[in-house]
Design a protein around this ligand. Structure first.
Ligand code: SF4
Length: 173
């Protein structure tokens, strides 16, 4: 394993949606990101995602919450998140639930969310109710526990790591 930078998030720093997405994808990924580790190639993936986002929905506006940036919100309020991925993932739903929680804490009457996958022309509905609020709050607690840990969580199985941008770091491939 290569050495990691020692720069964890401050305790009082808010958790963004990306932190929750990483947590649900792999707790180790969240831990590495919280230490400031950025794998090579990530910028290309991020840039690709931004291009998909910008070219798919040209007329929407980001909602900047400071710790999180929501793709856009429509009347209701319904939160929209666009993914360049071709595979819908529970991690994306968790990210949207986190946005619902953040908006609700700001006094917004949130109705739910939609994850858009323009490359496969699909959407996933993310309901917002008591159960999803519990899930979002539990995810926050879990994320803070992972970030506060002094050692990284174990790796996933090699098969589960396929396609992860941290592959080189975790497996030295
Ligand atoms: S390579 Fe595997 S263990 Fe490492 S962060 Fe990615 S999914 Fe997690």
């Amino acid at each position: 394993m290569k050495p990691v930078p020692t720069n964890p998030l401050d305790d009082d720093q808010g958790l963004g949606g990306v932190h929750i997405k990483y947590l649900r994808h792999c707790p180790r990924q969240l831990w590495l990101d919280s230490r400031g580790y950025r794998p090579e190639g990530r910028s290309d993936l991020v840039a690709f995602g931004e291009v998909v986002n910008e070219t798919t929905f040209a007329r929407r506006r980001d909602v900047d919450l400071g710790e999180a940036r929501i793709d856009w919100v429509t009347a209701g309020a319904v939160i929209h998140e666009t993914k360049s991925s071709r595979a819908p993932s529970p991690a994306h739903d968790a990210q949207v639930r986190h946005y619902c929680l953040l908006l609700e804490r700001r006094g917004v009457n949130v109705r739910g969310g939609i994850v858009h996958y323009p490359l496969i022309r699909r959407t996933t509905d993310v309901p917002w109710n008591e159960e999803s609020r519990d899930q979002a709050e539990a995810a926050e607690d879990e994320a803070r526990t992972v970030i506060a840990s002094t050692t990284p969580p174990d790796r996933q199985t090699r098969a589960a790591c396929r396609g992860c941008s941290y592959l080189d770091y975790c497996w030295g491939t």
